[in-house]
Structures are given as C-alpha cells and as structure tokens.
Design a protein. Structure first.
Length: 337
C-alpha cells in the first residue's frame, strides 16, 4: 500500500513511518522541510523516497501528495501555547484535517488513519476515559482544535468514510526528534525536581503507538476507534521507578493538586500580559492532577498487541536521553552501562 503520512518528522509520525515501512508499505511524506526529514531518518538507515514539500494547510500541496496513494495517516498538528497564536492553531489544525483526512475521504481511499488524543474526552472530575464518551470542548486553542477535528472526522465516519482513529495517552519513548511533552516531563525530573501530586502519569510507548497505527491501516473496511494507553502510575510511583532504574535518588517535592490548579489559573492571567509558550495553564494542571486513567484493553484484544510495561518504556527513554546528550552519566546512574 502506498501511504501518505503527515507529521512524519515528528515523534509519533517518525516512529509510525518506520513501522509502516517495516510492514512493507511504500511511504510518501508531506513535509515542510526535506532536510529535516533526512536528519530524522538517516540515523536509522532509512529515508523515504517520496518527499513532497508543502504544508497541511496548502490545498494544492495536499492534493498533489494524495495523488496515487492508497492510504493516509494524518499525524500533523500545530502546537503553540502562546495566546497570540491561538487563532492560527485552531484554524491550521482544523484546515489540515479537512484537507488531508477530508481529501482522502473524497477520493475514496480505503484506509485513512487520524491521530487524535484521549484528551478530547477529558473533563475535570469526569469518569475514566473511553472512546464512546462525549467530546470535551477544551479550554486552550490546541485542545479546541483537537475537539473540532474530532467532530469533523466523526461526521465523515458517519457518512461512511473508512476512517480509523487512534486516541493516544501521553506519548513517551526513545528516538524523539525533539523533546515531546511526555519525554520533557521525565527530563524535568532529572534536571529540575520531581513533583508528587494527585492523580498520576499515563503514557503510551511511541513504538506501541506506531504498531497501533500500522494495524489500523490494515483493518477491514469500516470506521474504527481505539485508545492507546499503557499502565497508569501515581506520580510517586513514577519517581520511585526512576530511582530504582538509575540507582540514584531524584529530588522531589509534594504539591497539592488544588495549588497546582490555582497556579495554572494564574498562568492563564499572566499570559494575557506576558505571552509565553509554556504549559502553565489551568487546563494543563487539570490534566496533571486529575487525570482519571483510560483502559486500552479492547485495543489489545482487537488488534492483537500488548502495550509495553512502564519499566521498559521509562528505561529505554532515559537511556536514549543519556546517549543523545540530554542527561549525564551522573544523572542516569547504572543506566549509563
């Protein structure tokens, strides 16, 4: 199958591209920077031949990229937490979904995968997250854009488009072209301080998520929705696990959830005066302190896979951070070996 992938130079996208190639699919990438694509893939001995330079919001570029493809995986999204960028984030992400996923549906492509997020179901104080819950509107521009995209894609599903949606938890793992949110949280424990508060951290290993995407593409014709989430750990369990893996002790403090949520509200106020791209928002602190967890049991059963144990994901992530130069030998302890 010839598959167009958007967001292929990002964390989720790059691992998904490698998983699809390993399954024998021919890959075409829609990228804004061809040089970045080479930098991301060359260390792994594989650079997709089909590179189309363009943006997901450019109708002609998307149309050209879709031509001749049998399937599409849309993982691209604009993430910018500055208030000044809010309108562009909402418009760009919805426009990208309309052109890529909508364009694939209009062409009658038989396999379309849209990468969403479990966050589209998150309501503070709500139940454990599941794919049949109502869509939450979200309070930040990025969250609203994901919710808007979800509404649009589900409408296409209802009209008969063969769209498969993945809903990942916080994505974490090795070989990150940047420093994505999940990996950055772990990095901050070593560089700054560990935080113990209410709720906990639920991740999906990026390699498992890539496998989910490969299997979604190969499902029989129809609309499908699957969560992608590993084990949820309390914050103190995360830090204890890192202590055990490294043989070191991460400095930590305990902060009540209500205080972090208050700080997030204060951050929202500050951003009205001093705009900065930092995740100190009420919404982010709600996620941090009130995440209810999600069960991906049906995903494992239907797709025939097992999500990695948290210990394997955290170990491989920290080892990668050391080898990539983010962390020192002193910080990672026995994992340096």
């Amino acid at each position: 199958m010839k598959v167009l992938v958007t967001g292929g130079t990002g964390f989720t996208g790059s691992h998904t591209v490698r998983a699809l190639a390993a399954c024998g699919h021919e890959i075409r990438l829609l990228v804004r920077d061809a040089d970045k694509a080479r930098r991301v893939f060359e260390p792994h001995g594989f650079v997709p031949d089909g590179l189309v330079v363009g943006d997901m919001t450019d109708a002609s570029a998307v149309e050209g990229a879709l031509r001749g493809c049998d399937g599409v995986l849309h993982a691209a999204a604009l993430v910018d937490l500055r208030r000044a960028a809010a309108r562009r984030v909402e418009e760009s992400n919805l426009r990208g979904v309309e052109l890529v996923v909508g364009g694939a549906a209009r062409r009658g492509l038989p396999a379309i995968v849209h990468v969403s997020s479990l966050g589209v179901f998150f309501v503070p104080g709500g139940p454990p997250l599941a794919v049949d819950l109502p869509i939450a509107r979200g309070t930040t521009a990025y969250a609203r854009s994901k919710a808007q995209a979800e509404v649009y894609v589900r409408r296409l599903q209802e009209d008969g488009a063969p769209i498969r949606i993945s809903y990942p938890a916080l994505v974490m793992g090795p070989d990150d072209p940047g420093m994505s949110a999940g990996n950055n949280a772990v990095y901050s424990f070593f560089k700054d301080i560990g935080l113990i508060t209410s709720s906990g951290m639920q991740c999906v290993d990026v390699r498992d998520l890539a496998t989910v995407h490969a299997r979604l593409l190969e499902l029989p014709n129809g609309a499908h929705r699957y969560a992608a989430a590993g084990e949820m750990l309390r914050w103190d369990d995360v830090l204890s696990l890192l202590d055990r893996l490294t043989g070191r002790h991460i400095r930590r403090i305990t902060v009540p959830g209500w205080l972090l949520r208050t700080a997030g509200s204060a951050g929202d106020v500050v951003k009205r005066i001093y705009d900065f791209d930092f995740p100190l928002t009420r919404e982010a602190m709600e996620f941090t302190t009130r995440w209810p967890g999600a069960d991906a049991g049906r995903t494992m059963k239907d797709l025939g896979l097992r999500f990695r144990d948290a210990e394997e994901t955290y170990r491989d992530t920290v080892v990668w951070m050391y080898r990539a130069g983010y962390l020192t030998k002193s910080q990672v302890g026995r994992l340096a070996d």
